[in-house]
Write a protein that binds this ligand. Structure first.
Ligand code: ZN
Length: 463
């Protein structure tokens, strides 16, 4: 009886999730209420362990036993799935995105609807991402409503939507035409403390703020104000993640106790490395996609099949033209900036500093294709000097810790059964994370073919 009830709930939720993308109906093989044994795959558990010829059990949407095939006790009467020749990784996690703004060629608050946010979360699921955290660009009641619906289990085949609510920003950052339009204005330490308390009352775990002169065009948040943000957040057991890319700002922020650096800093010196080592809880989400695609984006021309399946042709063409139109001198500057950024990542990584993954997916200018940028980011991190093994751990266990998701980020007993079946091993070549065979969230298979068909149908209608 209980199983039927569960199944009915899931079927309705999957149907509504699919309907929101215009698809006809559920085509999922949800494992909630059932027990399934998956055997024969190479398993990357998420903490750096590799198990060849692995077996794992999924029961009621959770892992219930993981080990070597032939050495692990298995439940009698369970369904069996042979994954011989495949590689399994935990579902990927994105600790920095901007959800709900992008919709084909337009990007802005007018697109920030229940339907569009769910569409983005379906895109993340399609690409093997189990959760994504919107960094300071949510507004109104919608993010809290959606968070509650997610926590109630309404969208089991959809990636989890995590919100940091409205970020806190100085006046110059806030313009109606950018994503910071939603930010809360803070000019005094009193403002800062009051607004942090507002976020605490909303059960926000990470406060987003910005300390960036944007090439001299913005009066930055002053040290007394960001120090008050950090202090008040810590009093409420919250962390603060900051958009700051200047070396001096980042050092000052670390001294003030900031927890997360939402982007890679544009330069690294010995003093920064020492500061990071003496503040060992500080973490990075690198968000390398913006600077990297100015110098390296072979996936857009011709477009990778995963892009063609999910992004409308006119949006693909716009990015292709933007990148092809970069003048040689601008390209040379971008290359120098990337090389410096990559050297910095190599140093930070070698120092053992915590690095998670941020895709900046759905970002303002419409080029950060939701879901796809997870896979380019993983490649970018390898290009910047990390090993594929380190990058997979960053995208799974480490990002789960950053995002406060205790039941994600690993294939381990008791965790939610969120995993990706790949046709090839990403330890051999990180771009093998794109060779997705199947995605499972909460034990159920994401209906990827139906989702892709729905997005393709939108393309046809548009023509
Ligand atoms: Zn961002």
């Amino acid at each position: 009886m209980r199983q039927w009830k569960l199944f009915a709930t899931i079927a309705v939720a999957v149907a509504s999730a699919l309907l929101s993308t215009g698809c006809a109906g559920p085509q999922t093989d949800n494992a909630a209420g059932t027990t399934t044994v998956y055997s024969g795959a190479r398993l990357l558990t998420g903490d750096g362990t590799v198990i060849d010829n692995a077996v794992f059990v999924v029961m009621n949407g959770r892992f219930a036993g993981v080990g070597h095939d032939g050495e692990t006790a298995l439940p009698a009467g369970a369904a069996r799935v042979d994954l011989g020749g495949k590689t399994v990784i935990p579902a990927l996690l994105d600790a920095h995105s901007h959800i709900g703004y992008m919709n084909n060629l337009t990007s802005g608050p007018q697109n920030y609807t229940h339907e569009n946010i769910l569409d983005h979360m379906n895109r993340f699921a399609y690409f093997g991402v189990a959760a994504s955290m919107a960094m300071g660009t949510d507004f109104g009641e919608l993010p809290f409503q959606l968070r509650a619906e997610m926590e109630a289990g309404r969208y089991p085949a959809t990636a989890r939507f995590l919100t940091t609510g409205k970020g806190l920003a100085p006046i110059d950052e806030i313009r109606p035409d950018n994503m910071r339009h939603s930010a809360t204005l803070v000019t005094t330490t009193e403002d800062a403390r009051r607004e942090v308390r507002e976020l605490a009352a909303r059960n926000i775990k990470i406060v987003k703020t910005w300390v960036d002169s944007r090439g001299g065009s913005v009066r930055k948040l002053t040290p007394d104000v960001y120090t008050a943000i950090i202090d008040e957040a810590h009093k409420h057991n919250m962390r603060v993640a900051v958009h700051a890319t200047g070396l001096a700002d980042v050092k000052a922020l670390i001294r003030a106790g900031v927890d997360g650096l939402a982007h890679m800093v544009n330069d690294v010196d010995d003093e920064l490395i020492e500061l990071l080592k003496t503040h060992p809880n500080t973490y990075f989400t690198l968000c390398l996609g913006g600077p990297r695609r100015l110098v390296y984006a072979p996936w857009i021309d011709p477009p990778h099949p995963l892009i063609s399946e999910t992004v409308r042709p006119e949006q693909i063409e716009r990015l292709r033209k933007r990148l092809a139109g970069i003048k040689p001198d601008a390209r040379a500057r971008a290359q120098a900036a990337w090389d410096k950024l990559a050297r910095g990542v190599t140093r930070v990584n070698a120092a053992g500093i915590t690095i998670g993954v941020g895709t900046d997916g759905g970002g303002q200018n419409g080029d950060q294709f939701v879901g796809w940028t997870m896979h380019t980011e993983l490649e970018n991190m390898v290009a910047a000097g990390m090993t594929p093994g380190q990058v997979i751990v960053a995208a799974t266990r480490t990002s789960a810790r950053i995002m406060g998701l205790d039941d994600l980020g690993m294939v381990a007993s008791g965790k939610s059964a969120d995993f990706v079946v790949l046709d090839a091993n990403p330890l051999d070549d990180i771009t093998n994370t794109r060779r997705i065979n199947k995605v499972f969230l909460r034990g159920g298979e994401v209906p990827r073919a139906a989702l892709a068909a729905a997005w393709q149908a939108q393309t046809t209608v548009a023509k």
